[in-house]
Design a protein around this ligand. Structure first.
Ligand code: NAP
Length: 288
């Protein structure tokens, strides 16, 4: 798409998810279109699994930029793509579809979005050892980002041990390593980063994926990063702070993955602050 095309026509992008109504993506991308001075629109559409192929096929029309893909479609949409970026291929999940001349390219901006937000949070790879809690889609993006992107040694902890083992074996040729462990097997004093990529606490706020006693074994420079962003301070974050550690939620990752998707569609690198300011999660940006 040329610069002239994009500035003289109206373009559309979508979210395909089920459910979709709760999504914060429309407000972020609409703000990005406005900031970039582009006549674009963004709609969140509830697409049940049976409707995914037809919805994706519709993205081939001219003037459609593409779509974000969220639960439960991130993995099933892979087979509907004409091509995949290296990250999407390696992770086996697509969160962004980019239309280029009628072809659909599947990208994954969760992993680079996480890395971008870790950098913002001041993480510089302390110790090169990290713990990832969880083994679902978000954990997969996190382990890929850390093991392959940052050359880290990653300890994967998950409620269902078999899923952690499967995830830890996903990238055997990476220079960093990954191993499934129980909490008591982690060398906690060597770990510089702990990422919660579970959905524990989402429905029951008092649920936690990790006994707080383990947090106090982390070194004082360690960063605890919770991919969850509602509430703004999760139980894991609260307990990490009580142990004297830095803790961040996943709001910045959400904004960064959106920024990267918008860049893929339009070629415009809109500042992440535009996406953050558009989020209405009850977290003042200046308080982050
Ligand atoms: P998912 O595929 O459904 O995986 C959920 C994971 O959480 C599984 O590993 C599951 O363990 C674990 N889990 C669920 N309840 C638990 C509990 N009570 N105790 C311990 N572990 C529990 O979900 P996902 O797509 O990976 O998403 C996970 C979280 O990340 C969600 O809260 C999502 O909102 C967040 N996320 C944030 C961003 C962002 O941009 N900030 C991006 C993606 C996802 P089992 O394997 O044992 O079931």
């Amino acid at each position: 798409m040329t610069e002239q095309d994009i500035s003289t026509s109206s373009f559309q992008a979508f979210l395909f998810a089920d459910p979709a109504a709760h999504s914060l993506s429309p407000r972020m991308h609409r703000a990005a279109f406005a900031h970039a001075g582009l006549p674009g629109t963004y709609e969140a559409i509830r697409v049940p699994p049976a409707g995914l192929a037809m919805a994706v096929q519709g993205l081939r029309y001219p003037h459609l930029l593409g779509a974000n893909i969220s639960l439960p479609h991130k993995e099933s949409v892979v087979a509907l793509m004409d091509d995949l970026t290296p990250a999407a291929r390696a992770i086996g999940a697509v969160n962004t579809v980019i239309q280029q001349g009628g072809r659909l390219i599947g990208d994954n901006t969760d992993a680079p979005g996480l890395l971008a937000d870790l950098t913002t949070a001041g993480y510089v790879g302390e110790g090169r050892s990290a713990v990832v809690l969880g083994a679902g889609g978000a954990a997969r993006a996190a382990v890929y980002a850390l093991q392959v992107g940052l050359n880290h040694d990653v300890f994967v902890l998950n409620r269902t041990r078999e899923r952690a083992e499967e995830l830890a074996a996903a990238w055997p040729d990476a220079t960093g390593s990954a191993v499934a462990v129980r909490p008591e097997e982690v060398p906690w004093p060597q770990v510089g980063l702990l990422i919660n990529a579970t959905s524990a606490g989402l429905d029951a706020p008092d649920d936690t994926p990790l006994d707080a006693a383990y947090l106090s074994l982390l070194p004082s420079h360690a960063l605890v990063y919770d991919m969850v962003y509602r509430p703004a301070e999760t139980r894991v974050m609260r307990e990490a702070r009580a142990a004297g550690l830095r803790a961040e939620n996943g709001l910045g990752m959400l904004a960064q993955q959106a920024r990267l998707a918008f860049f893929g569609w339009t070629g415009r690198d809109v500042p992440v602050s535009v996406f953050l300011n558009a989020l209405d999660a009850g977290i003042p940006v200046e308080a982050r």
